[in-house]
Design a protein around this ligand. Structure first.
Ligand code: CA
Length: 654
């Protein structure tokens, strides 16, 4: 648990008569600064780092059914306090996190009554803000004030400086895509695009990366529960972006696109991570720093690597014999889990699942079962259906799963960011915890602080994931390009169930062109590097028992690569071009370098955080991998990474 340490408090009570008032919030090291400006009843903020502009003056405010809190606001109190605390987690990119922050609260009045508070948290390279909304008088019933409200419009803007480029993924139109399952956060990120666009006219999902003239800015949100919707951003012209709510058509038009809150109530945190380099973004912990567990774990959840037959064998692999073979394979690899994907209810049946679950237990592994989320919001035919959407059927099913030793569930096709859907996510998670089940979501929204908030939450897809490698060669050709983006953008803010790592040349069970399945163009060492680059505490891979590398060291690497990490370092990279990051597990550092550019990437790495010799896995120009032991000279190591190839360096921590 997080124990808050309050270091100091400064309160300023403000004169009400001055038209323009300015307040400044400084980060603990004084480098990050938020300037708040109240002029003519409106509130604006701007953000600078080391005296350089990162966000221009941008408006804040809410329009609600109990009042328009975007204008006619008068600042009343301004309070700042220095806070510090630490917390630990097994499942995040860091295992121990020290937080020091400046908390600032600006109380804004309307008609001489409390209207909203603006709450800011400033770390040295992160800023989070949220709104607190006060109960408001009901003109028709003076003794019974409004105790709830609908937020119709959030006027939180992010105005970027001239010269900013964007790394954004479009918001998907509701009720489109496979069997009307969108939006599912499965559109590409476009690197270094111009500002001023609005994709399909619908805006862009979180997280959103911006390359500003003085550095990098990642915008996202955290702390989203059933008490609010998930949001995204729209471009309001030029380099001005604004928080936007889900679309009416999401979830088959069911549920409201505008969130409802009780009063006193609040919004989720809007988060901004920024730095002169990408390091503070890749290393950020802002999604988890200011959220709390919403329930206690019902058991000691465990993690590790796993297998996933569907990504190679597709629906045909979901049969008793093949799943039994995969249990043997999972056990041989020393992995802990296996996903039994869609149609198991008819192609395997419940009785046979019980036999498989028992067999997995004997072999020291476990099963996760796939479920369709619906319900009344998509046309996806895959079963089992109509269980996870209903509390009675869901809890009965979960009791059955618990009784036969199932590890967890993978729920697919949720297709909406509405508050009603956030309620479903939360209900599934809370019920699953009652029965000791871990939860993975696919066809899903971005998790927003959920690893801490819901202790049995594992990770979500919410990315254009490995299934697209199966679906086509075009995506295979983009594999290294996408892999340079995800650790900086999507995976920076939440565990990502990508389903990668394979030695198949083709994403099918014949491993050739006789069957449908994309042709892999990345190297084997690149596939090994994915185990380091992409983070998910229970990581189901695309390894296939019939296609294993000739070189034992390749398989050995994948077998022993951790899925839980203690530390992360961004070393070098540019999203869409190349990436070098390091993760530490226990006393070992794993450094992975990949290159999506046509020309080879040559770098000299400073390994001053590593003690002694290292193991280097590297590709030659023809993507043939080799493994060797190297002792870096004066901590320096030269690497050359070919297009679609990788270098991995493993060494002991100093
Ligand atoms: Ca998907």
């Amino acid at each position: 648990m997080k124990r808050l340490l309050l270091l100091s408090i400064i309160t300023i009570t403000l004169a009400l008569s001055v038209d323009a008032q300015n307040y400044t919030v400084n980060s603990p090291d004084g480098r990050l600064k938020v300037d708040i400006n109240c002029t003519s009843g409106k509130v604006y903020y701007s953000v600078s780092l080391n005296g350089k502009e990162f966000l221009k003056q941008s408006q804040l405010g809410l329009v609600t059914t109990v009042g328009d809190f975007s204008e006619n606001l008068t600042p009343k109190d301004f309070k700042t306090e220095a806070i510090a605390f630490s917390y630990d987690s097994k499942v995040l990119k860091l295992s121990h996190i020290d937080v020091s922050a400046t908390r600032a609260v600006l109380s804004l009045y309307q008609n001489n009554r409390p209207a909203i508070d603006l709450v800011f948290m400033l770390k040295n390279n992160d800023l989070a803000f949220k709104y607190v909304v006060y109960p408001q008088p009901n003109p028709k019933s003076p003794t019974e004030p409004f105790a709830c409200a609908v937020i119709n419009n959030e006027k939180s803007f992010f105005n970027f400086p001239d010269g900013t480029t964007t790394f954004l993924s479009p918001q998907m139109k509701g009720q489109t895509g496979w069997a009307r399952t969108a939006p599912s956060y499965e559109q590409p990120y476009f690197a270094d695009d111009k500002t001023g666009k609005n994709a399909n006219g619908l805006g862009f999902i979180f997280p959103a990366l911006f390359h500003v003239p003085n550095g990098w800015v990642l915008v996202s949100e955290t702390g989203v529960t059933s008490a609010y919707c998930a949001s995204h951003i729209t471009c309001e012209g030029g380099a001005s972006y604004k928080v936007a709510f889900p679309l009416e058509e999401d979830y088959n038009g069911n549920g409201s696109s505008a969130p409802g809150i009780s009063l006193l109530g609040e919004t989720p945190w809007r988060t901004i991570s920024l730095g002169e380099t990408l390091a503070p973004i890749v290393e950020t912990t802002i999604p988890w720093d200011f959220v709390e567990p919403l329930y206690a774990p019902s058991k000691n959840y465990t993690y590790g690597a796993g297998t996933w037959s569907w990504i190679i064998g597709f629906d045909e692999s979901v049969n008793f014999q093949e799943q039994k073979r995969y249990i043997d394979f999972t056990a041989d690899l020393g992995f802990v889990s296996q996903i039994v994907d869609n149609w198991w209810d008819t192609q395997i049946t419940r009785d046979s699942i019980e036999i498989l679950a028992k067999y997995a237990k004997q072999k020291g592994t476990s099963l996760c079962l796939w479920y369709n989320s619906n319900g009344y919001w998509n046309d996806a035919p895959q079963g089992p259906k109509h269980i996870m959407n209903n509390i009675i059927k869901r809890r009965r099913e979960m009791a059955w799963m618990q009784s036969i030793g199932i590890r967890g569930i993978k729920v697919d096709f949720l297709g909406s960011d509405k508050q009603q859907t956030m309620q479903l996510y939360e209900d599934i998670l809370a019920d699953a915890n009652d029965f000791g089940l871990e939860v993975i979501f696919h066809g899903a929204t971005l998790p927003r602080g959920w690893e801490i908030m819901y202790p049995n939450f594992i990770g979500s897809e919410a990315v254009l994931a490995s299934e697209n490698l199966h679906f086509g060669d075009d995506f295979c050709r983009q594999e290294s390009y996408n892999a340079t983006l995800h650790p900086i953008i999507r995976n920076s803010v939440a565990a990502m169930d990508y389903g990668g790592i394979t030695f198949n040349n083709y994403f099918n069970s014949t491993n050739d062109t006789t069957m449908w399945g994309g042709h892999r163009v990345t190297s084997d060492v690149f596939q090994m590097a994915v185990a380091v680059l992409f983070q998910c505490p229970l990581n189901h891979t695309a390894l296939y028992y019939n296609v294993l590398p000739k070189e034992q060291w390749k398989l050995d690497f994948v077998k022993q690569c951790p899925t839980l990490w203690d530390d992360i370092k961004f070393i070098d990279g540019y999203p869409g071009k190349y990436l070098i990051i390091a993760r530490r597990s226990g006393s070992k550092w794993y450094i992975a370098a990949i290159n999506a550019q046509k020309e080879p990437l040559k770098r000299t790495l400073n390994l001053d955080f590593i003690n002694g010799g290292v193991t280097v896995y590297a590709d030659d120009a023809k993507l043939n991998g080799s493994m060797k032991q190297v002792t870096p000279k004066k901590n320096m190591l030269q690497i050359t990474v070919p297009h679609d190839g990788a270098t991995i360096i493993v060494g002991n921590s100093k």
